[in-house]
Design a protein around this ligand. Sequence first.
Ligand code: GSH
Length: 214
Amino acid sequence: MYTLIIGNKNLSSWSLRPYLALKAAKVAFTEIPVRLDQPETRASIATFSPAGKVPVLKIEENGKTQLVWDSLAICETIAERHPEAKLWPTDGFARAEARSYAAEMHSGFVDVRQQLSMDFARKLATPELSEATQKQIGRITGAWDAALAKYQGDFLFGEFSVADCMYAPVVSRFLTFGIALPAASAAYCARVMALPAMQEWLAGAQKEVADGWK
Ligand SMILES: N[C@@H](CCC(=O)N[C@@H](CS)C(=O)NCC(=O)O)C(=O)O
């Protein structure tokens, strides 16, 4: 049995990634939302996570419970436990490359994250982009275009993979802020956004905004 503890759907870019991985693996899970930036947020998260951050995946099986925290660790765990979902490419070299894409996203692009914070349900004016942000956007779209050209599928490595889960929040940031994209990257963003799981996440984010959440 899986329970995924997540932050606001409108804001929590990290929470979106394992949500997409679980949906792609077609496994049932219960969601526990924790509203971020509230006086009680820290204490609520602490009841689930030793790291004090969301997302967290709780796995309960054969009378045992295991917590998994950090979005990439959760995606890796789902991929390992559900090999039939092929959340990593089957070819070893492609898998190594997909892991590099996922890790590069996980550990980088700080300026994109700061200047274009995820605001999933909203469309906002494009801010004046810093040089660092522009450079990082160029690196992201260059990497997307290269993978799309090399693997010739709808997603970065052909079929939907953990690499797409990791970049899905960036897709949303680019669309929120109307970032001009090369044609292949723009088409990729449209395909990611059209995924039923992304549309479900959008509906959740819209509801939060309508309910007065940030
Ligand atoms: N590297 C972590 C980052 C998780 C993270 O920063 N989560 C934020 C929400 S998006 C959080 O829990 N913030 C609450 C707090 O710091 O009190 C991951 O990939 O899961």
